[in-house]
Write a protein of this length. Sequence first.
Length: 435
Amino acid sequence: MKALKHKSSILLALVLILSLLLTACGTAASQTAADAGTAVQTLSAENAVSAANVSQVSADSAASADAYSEAFSNRDLSGEYDADEAVTISLNGTSAAASSEAVQISGGTVTISAAGTYILSGTLDDGTVIVDATKDDKVQLVLNGVSIQSSDYAAIYVKQADKVFVTLAEGTVNTLVNGGSFVQQDENDVDAVVFAKDDITFNGNGTLRISSPAGSGIVGKDELTITAGVYEIAADKHAIRAKDSLAIADGSFTLYATEDGLHAENSDDESLGSIYIAGGSFAIQAGDDAIHAITLLRIDGGSFQIAGAEGLEATYIQINGGDIQISATDDGVNAARKSSLYTPTFEMNDGTLTVVMGAGDTDGIDSNGNIVVNGGTINVTAQSSFDCDGSAQYNGGTIIVNGQQVDSIPNQMMGGGMGGFGGMGGGMGGGGRRR
């Protein structure tokens, strides 16, 4: 690897970007209609929702506990480890030292080849920690106050394992940085500071700071799970990207991304690419979408201050709780036809959704299919508050448009008659998550 240059400049840039993000997101969330202008299609009639279908959706929505237990295993949630039984890896600038033959060290490259728990501490000036175990091995990496920088590659690369747990040791601050390019070393297109070919979970009560000036922050090419921790990520592409599914139980997230903040997509299988958020605190500023899923985006709780071209985008968007504040320049919420697994639908059951739109041809809540409001509070400030191509049903909750409470959904584009509805039968789209 080339020697890393301008390390202090990169770290300083990360801190400055994250500070700007916090300021920008707080400002965007408090905008009024007067200053919103400064903030950052067609569906056939047979896809309209029927009353019987809405009852099925409501029944699916009630299964929050089942969704949580499906998404998160006990080990995902615990973040525990036995320090006495773990292998220690000491990073010392240009190389490292380890207490096990399961760790091979070549200059700045540290390779872990067997199941077990590994506690990492210290600094690696220009190198990579690689997990290359068997397909049956579970590996736990405990980041105990590490700083890993790589001039032209990932700081952590999971090449092969059954599953990897990245645990942030309590009270520690851990920093991972890419120097501005990704030079490929094998058949995998590594383009993130943390890149995992297999399932990966982040937990623990420490802090993880990531700077990726030429790629994404975290990429999981299978299932990506986060259950706790503090995450501060600045990325030139996506801040956090999953292939099959992204599930978040809790944590604090400050994300700046040129593309999407949270992104889930499997380009080979349109039935995958879901995002499930059960809780957490999110401050996201994105150049494109703050949160983007291909199939289902389900939010059961959490606090969100997000800004981007679009706030939330997926084929099916279901909000069951949380406090969501969006500032957007295109659509605040967009249920778009990205997968045939569901009829494009925006469904609100509980929680608070506040959308402030920029001026121009923008929609607060846009659905290429249906809109179903069963509960919660929706507060939209926009020229066009709601736009749906299918059926708009208002069954409960509170809707406020430009400061005035309304008793119906003021649809800009109503179309079609009654017909079939995709429903929630497809589940999370990933299946079998408890591993």
